[in-house]
Design a protein around this ligand. Structure first.
Ligand SMILES: Nc1ncnc2c1ncn2[C@@H]1O[C@H](COP(=O)(O)OP(=O)(O)OP(=O)(O)O)[C@@H](O)[C@H]1O
Length: 324
């Protein structure tokens, strides 16, 4: 529900010379929500995040937090904090001093800033490594320090630019759960930039899909997944077929397509065993590709090979007509 404490982007644009990176976007980030900004490389996600943080000037429009226009305030005055992709820790400062650094800059005395830093280190489970230097830490540990350092200023909104991209897949999934836990515990707004659909689905209360400098679709994660509005969103979220059906483009989830004796005829072009499912790719007489994710037991009851004919069916209610 909307409140006076939300973060609002109003007709926000960013231009770099002739390039329009963000084109007149409007959005309300609800207070206390976990929002993922999702989109392909170059769509304007980072520019949007950097404008909110104050690391990039606004070309047009405004950014409103708590009912105040913060568009022209310095990063430290906004009530936002940013955690960078490369963590940007100071190599010569201990973990504790890294976390306390922004308070040092604000003139906070040493005992007070160390106490605040220690509280944050406890929050991210790093108390035991407070005296180490950054290069004595693993990637995951450095990330926790970077998080603690961003949170020590008690921001209203935490901005995370691809926070998990430097981690190996195993650690990424662990840290993902940690981020969600932290956000719930702190109750502040997290805005997390990613180009990973899985990451966005796992984390977000709301997904904002960007494409070509605009917001293509925004909504609860499940709505965006279940009902993509455009061909771009359907393809980008993955797991959907986009095919022509009765004169319209439709999106149809691959796991809703079943093999049957009669139905839409197609010729198998690839079979991929994926454990729980078998992914069957086929081409229709209209030359469109369709993927069926068939439960492995159903597939092996009537296995198919490349070049064979198949027929596909689906429940009519599962089809989404696309806008473009
Ligand atoms: N400092 C800059 N000067 C000129 N053009 C820029 C600058 N920063 C970004 N751009 C351009 O603005 C557009 C949007 O870039 P942005 O970094 O916001 O995209 P992104 O969605 O975050 O991409 P990625 O996932 O690759 O980081 C791109 O075309 C990019 O080349």
């Amino acid at each position: 529900m909307r409140s006076g404490q939300d973060l609002e982007l109003v007709h926000l644009s960013k231009r770099y010379g002739d390039t329009t990176a963000v084109d007149n976007i409007n959005h309300v980030f609800l207070n206390g929500s976990y929002v993922c900004l999702l989109g392909p490389s170059g769509c304007g996600k980072s520019s949007t995040l950097r404008m909110i943080a104050g690391h990039e000037s606004v070309s047009d429009g405004s950014i409103v937090l708590d009912g105040h226009d913060i568009s022209h305030l310095s990063p430290a005055q906004r009530g936002t904090a940013m955690m960078f992709q490369n963590y940007a820790l100071f190599p010569h400062l201990s973990v504790r001093d890294n976390v306390a650094f922004s308070l040092h800059m604000k003139g906070v005395d040493k005992p007070t800033r160390h106490k605040a830093a220690d509280e944050m280190l406890e929050l991210v489970d790093m108390t035991h490594l407070a005296d180490r230097l950054p290069d004595q830490l693993s990637g995951g540990q450095q990330q926790r320090v970077a998080l603690a350092r961003a949170l020590v200023t008690k921001p209203r909104v935490l901005l995370l630019d691809e926070p998990l991209s430097a981690l190996d897949p195993f650690l990424r999934i662990r840290m993902r759960a940690e981020l969600k836990r932290l956000q719930r515990e702190l109750g502040i707004t997290f805005i997390h930039v990613t180009h990973g659909q899985d990451e966005a689905l796992a984390l977000a209360d709301e997904i904002v899909v960007m494409n070509n400098a605009v917001i293509e679709q925004a909504g609860p994660a499940r709505d965006v997944w279940m009902a993509p509005r455009t061909e771009f969103v359907a393809r980008f979220m993955g797991g959907h077929n986009v095919i022509s059906f009765e004169g319209h483009k439709i999106a149809l989830r691959a796991d809703e397509v079943r093999m049957a004796d009669t139905g839409l005829p197609a010729t198998v072009t690839a079979v991929e065993y994926q454990g729980a499912h078998v992914s069957l790719t086929a081409i229709t007489p209209a030359g469109e590709e369709i993927v069926a994710l068939v439960p492995e037991a159903a597939f092996f009851a009537a296995p198919k090979e490349t070049g064979e004919a198949v027929s596909f069916v689906w429940d009519e209610g599962r089809v989404h007509r696309l806008q473009a």
